[in-house]
Design a protein around this ligand. Structure first.
Ligand code: BG6
Length: 509
């Protein structure tokens, strides 16, 4: 089933997307990997869709020795390789002239003076009225340095009605634990007001994750059954077939819990579990999500031992091709204890979710790239069609496919056509008819229009760290190595045993 029917444009009411103030986007780390793969291709796609201000330009800022033309070459190669839609001469001709580059060193005060001069010139050229977005596509260690540099050069303007805006975008990881996250947030707060800070968790920009709110609150049929009365349990899986790749320097110090669970999985959990916010405004939505994190039952030592599992990939096969063990990957310590897989059970102690376990799992080098949320409904009574104790009916499952093949399906029971009464499970399936925007397109658009709904507020980030901190502590103190799972398998046996202890199984994806 594909999407059909009239489109209802609620953007005016929901997000005020029509209001594009002129602005300059300055990318710190503008010639880096994130810019190449994600940011520039996303901006290019926004340009195709007419979702950029008319008065708009991009300035890459980093230490490479590039002029504007060379930067355009760098941008073009990123778009050719990574853009959702192919590059065309027409579209490129519209986009390319807006790209500029300024060479600078983050630790050098003179570089910020140059930056200011350059920005003033671009402001005059594009009549961007002094509105600026500073995108920090840089390692977290530089956040404070760059903020200080901007402040010293007078480039950060406090928010005030009728004055030009300054916004800053920061990437995860925000810290490596609760303490360091609070420190980074404290550094940011010395230079920016919280209303100016856009902390990215790119999962929140994924179409299917954003759609969770619409699914729940724009339909009459889901919300009444979205409670412990009808839901048995929820599974959230984010599986990757890729290994650590070239990111060992970061990943070997982070691991799956910090890299994925603290951010993407908990944010996704919030979207499923939140109470209806009072409005679609950023603060209402973010308050409601924060309440979910605050209701998470803290994990004690015994819970961690029993209900939290880690694993590390060994050698194995991905799509029939042999791959190395994690410890054999370039840049990984040969005795590394870093987990590349994490699974856990958690509880949300509020009225709606009392007694409903949420199972979360994520890992690298699993059999395929597939992320989904599966809502398992309670079984029908053990009478009528479900009377046979040896063949219980499978439960209804609502599966929200985050990626790939974005969409959702509902598994229900139906009669097999014919004179006999035989039952079968069928799938009501919804796919998006066209390719959906990349998360970075949505998020960059929101930064430009100043909508913070899909960005993580300081308190939310710290609350999520509070939940995972006891696990980090327990694993940090443990002399044990994480169990090894074969690359291409669904993680260590311990993960299957964990959920089996509750009489349940992980969904096969
Ligand atoms: C990033 C993690 O935040 O998300 C990576 O640092 C991970 O380790 C990536 O691979 C997954 O994102 P996606 O959009 O490919 O599911």
């Amino acid at each position: 089933m594909a999407v059909s029917g009239a489109k209802l444009d609620l953007n005016h009411h929901l997000k005020d997307k029509q209001r594009y103030d002129p602005c300059l986007v300055v990318i710190f780390g503008g010639a880096g990997d994130l810019s190449h793969r994600k940011l520039i291709p996303a901006l290019y796609n926004l340009s195709i869709d007419g979702e950029l201000p008319e008065k708009f330009a991009i300035l890459g800022f980093s230490m490479e020795d590039l002029d504007d033309e060379q930067y355009r070459g760098f941008a073009r190669s990123g778009i050719e390789k990574f853009s959702r839609r192919p590059i065309t001469d027409d579209q490129w001709a519209k986009f390319a002239p807006r790209l500029h580059f300024c060479r600078g060193t983050f630790t050098d005060a003179g570089s910020y003076e140059n930056l200011r001069t350059r920005l003033d010139a671009l402001d005059a050229e594009y009549t961007t009225a002094g509105n600026r977005v500073f995108y920090f596509a840089i390692p977290p260690a530089f956040i404070d340095t760059c903020s200080q540099g901007l402040t010293a050069a007078g480039l950060i303007k406090a928010p005030a009605e009728g004055t030009p805006f300054t916004r800053v975008v920061v990437e995860k990881p925000i810290g490596a634990d609760l303490e360091s996250a609070a420190e980074i947030n404290g550094q940011l707060a010395r230079h920016f007001d919280e209303r100016q800070i856009f902390r990215i968790d790119h999962y929140l920009g994924k179409e299917t994750v954003e759609n969770l709110m619409v699914l729940r609150f724009a339909n009459a049929i889901f919300e009444p059954i979205w409670t412990s009365r009808f839901i048995d349990h929820v599974q959230i899986t984010v599986a990757e077939a890729e290994g650590v790749g070239t990111r060992a320097a970061y990943y070997d110090r982070a691991g799956a819990l910090r890299d994925m669970v603290q951010s993407h999985l908990l944010q996704t959990l919030c979207m499923i579990a939140t109470e209806p916010p009072n409005t679609t405004g950023a603060e209402s939505v973010r308050d409601a999500k924060l309440d979910v994190l605050r209701a998470l039952r803290p994990l004690g030592d015994e819970d961690i031992e029993k209900w939290v599992v880690r694993g590390q990939y060994g050698e194995g096969l991905i799509g029939g091709v042999p791959v190395k063990a994690y410890r054999g990957e370039e840049g990984v310590a040969p005795d590394s204890k870093t987990e590349t897989f994490a699974a856990l059970r958690c509880w949300i102690d509020n009225w709606r979710w009392a007694g409903v376990p949420f199972y979360l799992r994520t890992g690298k080098r699993l059999p395929k790239r597939a992320s989904e949320i599966a809502i398992y409904f309670k079984s029908v009574p053990r009478i009528l069609y479900n009377a046979n104790p040896r063949a219980p009916l499978p439960p209804n499952i609502l599966r929200i496919r985050i990626q790939p093949d974005e969409g959702l399906d509902l598994h229900i029971m139906s009669k097999v056509p014919g004179s006999q009464t035989r039952l079968q499970q069928v799938k009501v399936d919804f796919h998006y008819a066209t390719s959906t925007p990349e998360a970075y397109e949505t998020l960059l658009n929101d930064v430009i229009i100043g909508d913070q709904t899909l960005f993580m507020r300081r308190d939310t980030v710290e609350e999520a760290w509070k939940f995972v901190q006891p696990i980090l502590d327990a694993w940090g103190e443990s002399p044990l190595d994480p169990p090894i799972y074969a690359a291409g398998s669904w993680g260590p046996l311990e993960a299957a045993l964990m959920i089996a202890a509750d009489g349940r199984t992980w969904r096969t994806l």
